[in-house]
Design a binder for this molecule. Sequence first.
Ligand SMILES: NC(=O)c1ccc[n+]([C@@H]2O[C@H](COP(=O)([O-])OP(=O)(O)OC[C@H]3O[C@@H](n4cnc5c(N)ncnc54)[C@H](O)[C@@H]3O)[C@@H](O)[C@H]2O)c1
Ligand SMILES: O=C(O)[C@H](O)COP(=O)(O)O
Length: 624
Amino acid sequence: MAFSSSCSSVKAVNSRWTSPSPSPSSRLAVIPAFLHRRYTASVKLTATSAALKTVEQTTLTEDNKFSTVGSDSDEYNPTLPKPRILVAEKLGEAGVNLLREFGDVDCSYDLSPEDLKKKVAESDALIVRSGTKVTREVFEAAKGRLKVVGRAGVGIDNVDLQAATEHGCLVVNAPTANTVAAAEHGIALLASMARNVAQADASIKAGKWERSKYVGVSLVGKTLAVMGFGKVGTEVARRAKGLGMNVISHDPYAPADRARALGVDLVSFDQAISTADFVSLHMPLTPATKKVFNDETFSKMKKGVRLINVARGGVIDEDALVRALDAGIVAQAALDVFCEEPPSKDSKLIQHENVTVTPHLGASTKEAQEGVAIEIAEAVAGALRGELSATAVNAPMVDPEVLSELTPYIVLAEKLGRLAVQLASGGKGVQSIRVVYRSARNRDDLDTRLLRAMITKGIIEPISDSYVNLVNADFIAKQKGLRISEERMVVDSSPEYPVDSIQVQILNVESNFAGAVSDSGDISIEGKVKYGVPHLTCVGSFGVDVSLEGNLILCRQVDQPGMIGQVGNILGEQNVNVNFMSVGRTVLRKQAIMAIGVDEEPEDKTLEKIGGVSAIEEFVFLKL
Ligand SMILES: NC(=O)c1ccc[n+]([C@@H]2O[C@H](COP(=O)([O-])OP(=O)(O)OC[C@H]3O[C@@H](n4cnc5c(N)ncnc54)[C@H](O)[C@@H]3O)[C@@H](O)[C@H]2O)c1
Ligand SMILES: O=C(O)[C@H](O)COP(=O)(O)O
């Protein structure tokens, strides 16, 4: 029998109750699951329902959020209800078909705000374009059922992200499929505005032939300022260069070398707007960009400038634009987007003879709409399966490789949080958490956001009725006054693994198990991943080694022979299966901690019998 005396060198006790070492093929791969149990992820995870709130529901059973990679649980489970997906705006057919393979799809367009609220209360996912306002009221009306909002396009300014996050609802978008369409529309507006195509067309249709009235301006040699050098802005710049234009750009966040590679100079805002003959807007609508084109900025523009907007109406003060048009500062404007959509019929801006308008058509090509539909359908279905989305807007985006590497540590993190909080006497006093990640990798090579979120989930869910997931973990922690500080320590272990150990400490709180209190007076537990399986390796100052499967009994006892046999017999008599057992001690023949992993939950009388063993000074039963 191997005993150990510190947390850093622990050996498992091989008794007849000790399960064989788990093989790498039984690696658990888990993710904070969003919701649905009908499917488990083909890649990584299964989901829990919003009802995942009690310790009982989070034990390792087939029916909950943990799945075994590559196991049969990757199969469709017909006994569980399909997720309901509400598609509230027209979506390309290919995307709808993809969604139908996965869930019950309700395509209901042009819903009133009231009808939308009614429908979301019965939906797991909602898909919109720019025409639906997904407000705080919508999330409130969903009463926790809505787990994913998919924005079939780029701009998410019509979704209340803060409210989504507070409600634990993931927002995903489809940011790439309509880039070219938007850029092409920008170029179409630029060229048609310069040559008065729309006005001349209307004039002929009105029976006129006005050749001298519609003399245009040439593009070649003119300076175009691209405001926002992101996906669309870059494509517009590329095309404008092909038209022989001199292109400059303003974007405080774009890398200069990417611009330079296209022959585009990144300049200041004032320099861009004061030197350009054409200004094309491609920045998102944010508090910083709202009405950034206003009386003051128009006054700095070159007289006779031409303006194109295929980004968002709200970046322009529309009344100021009318004034600038009337004053001749802005010679012409071509607008695809408006502060209010649709704009009012008698809007001075829309009716202005020097303004060309289209009804938010930037993304509206057949190709782009099919692409966007597929992109968003895949993102929503993935999120419903509990996968982390590469296009998540309000949750950490994690590279799939990093995710697969971190997956067993994510399981460990949640279990450590769950165990630690059960060791505190009186959950309400839990305020201050310290997490120490020991790793052989450089500090910058370990992204701990997922781990922190799962520790938070593990701590909060057993002591509250909150549903915690990756999206809302930080928010709920803050709301509950939980302070989580993180430390990373570089240790001399193998850099092949992202984390060597995770230690979770609950500071300034009493424990119901004195053995879990470390020398510093805090509840402290530590765990590692071994062969892909989370293990508890330290409780207070005692080293143990028990795989975190099933439930756990911790006993603090006088270190003497025969303890394992006595407790094992009590459990065996009550038909409670021991899956792992380990003993750690600090000083020979003084005190030891016995950690016993059990598959079943022992009855109270069984636990009482364990407590009755004379050498046992205290014990605690913990649900994983
Ligand atoms: N009209 C349409 O149908 C249509 C279609 C697609 C995209 N859009 C809109 O176009 C805009 C750009 O889309 P994208 O896909 O290129 O997004 P993107 O995120 O790739 O690019 C936006 C760029 O704007 C930059 N930016 C942010 N704040 C800025 C500021 N204050 N000044 C200058 N630049 C700033 C960012 O750094 C980023 O490079 C978005 O508003 C999107 O909603 C409209
Ligand atoms: O942000 C976008 O993707 C565009 O504005 C397209 O919006 P739409 O999906 O409403 O056409």
